[in-house]
Design a binder for this molecule. Structure first.
Ligand SMILES: Nc1ncnc2c1ncn2[C@@H]1O[C@H](COP(=O)(O)OP(=O)(O)OP(=O)(O)O)[C@@H](O)[C@H]1O
Ligand SMILES: [Mg+2]
Length: 211
C-alpha cells in the first residue's frame, strides 16, 4: 500500500512497503525551464550521492532507481524515528548521555562524509533517521549535496549544522554541538584546518550582521 509520509518544500515522499519514492513536483512559481533544470539536477544529485554512499559504506538509504524524466528517486525505506524527535525525547527525559552519544555519532558521520569529498548542505536532525533495528543514524536528503574537498565547503557544512542545532535544540545546543565537534575532530582528515576555517566562517557571519 502506498502512503504519503512527508510533504517537503521540494518533494512529496511516498512509502510503498519497504520502498520510499521521493517525487520532486513542479513548482509553478518558478519559470518552467528553470524549474525542470533544478528538479532534474537535484534528482540526479540525490541518485549519484546515494550510490557513492553505498560504495563507501556510510549509512544511508540504498538507491533503487533514479528517474530524471519523472523526477523521482526510489530508495530503501529507513525504518525508525527522525533524530530530531529522538533528541527531543531524550531531552525531555533528562537523558544528556543519550543525546550526547547521538551528537557524537553525527560528528563522526559528517567527518566520514567530508573525508570522502562529500558536502551535505542541509545537515539538520530532520534529515537523519535513527534506524529502529540497527540503532545507527542514517543520513538522508541529498538533493542539495555536492562533491568537494575544499575546507571552506566542509566548514560551511558544519556552520549550517551548528545553526540547525541551535534553532531546533536550543536548550541543549551547546552540549550537542560540543559533542559533534569533538567527534568530528577525532575522525576528520583535515580537522585542524576545517576548525580554523569554521572560526573564520563564523566571524564573517558576525561581521555581516553588524554592518
Ligand atoms: N529513505 C527514507 N526512509 C524513511 N523515511 C524517509 C526516507 N526519505 C525521506 N523520508 C522521510 O521523508 C521526509 C522528507 O524527506 P527529505 O528530507 O528527503 O525531503 P525534503 O523534501 O527535502 O524535505 P525538507 O525539505 O522538508 O527537509 C524525511 O524527513 C523523512 O521523514
Ligand atoms: Mg529534508
Amino acid at each position: 500500500m502506498v502512503n504519503k509520509i512527508a510533504q517537503g518544500a521540494e518533494a512529496i515522499i511516498y512509502a510503498d512497503d519497504a520502498i520510499v519514492v521521493k517525487d520532486r513536483f513542479e513548482k509553478t512559481y518558478r519559470h518552467p525551464d528553470l524549474d525542470r533544470r533544478l528538479r532534474k539536477s537535484r534528482t540526479r544529485r540525490e541518485g549519484k550521492v546515494l550510490t557513492k554512499l553505498s560504495e563507501i559504506g556510510l549509512a544511508a538509504p540504498g538507491l533503487i532507481e533514479m528517474d530524471d524524466k519523472e523526477m523521482k528517486v526510489r530508495m530503501d525505506l529507513v525504518p525508525g524515528d527522525m533524530v530530531k524527535t529522538v533528541i527531543d525525547d531524550l531531552e525531555s527525559a533528562g537523558d544528556a548521555a543519550g543525546y550526547v552519544k547521538l551528537c557524537r555519532e553525527i560528528g563522526e558521520k559528517v567527518a566520514v562524509l567530508h573525508n570522502n569529498g562529500l558536502v551535505h548542505q542541509d545537515l539538520t536532525t530532520s534529515n537523519m533517521i535513527l534506524h529502529a533495528e540497527k540503532k545507527e543514524i542514517f543520513l538522508i536528503d541529498f538533493g542539495l549535496s555536492f562533491f568537494s574537498n575544499k575546507v571552506e565547503d566542509h566548514a560551511v557544512d558544519l556552520h549550517l549544522l551548528k545553526h540547525a542545532l541551535e534553532s531546533r535544540h536550543h536548550r541543549i545546543f551547546e552540549k550537542c554541538f560540543a559533542a559533534v565537534i569533538d567527534a568530528y575532530k577525532k575522525r576528520a582528515d583535515k580537522a585542524d584546518e576545517t576548525m580554523s576555517r569554521l572560526e573564520r566562517v563564523e566571524k564573517r557571519g558576525r561581521n555581516k550582521t553588524k554592518h
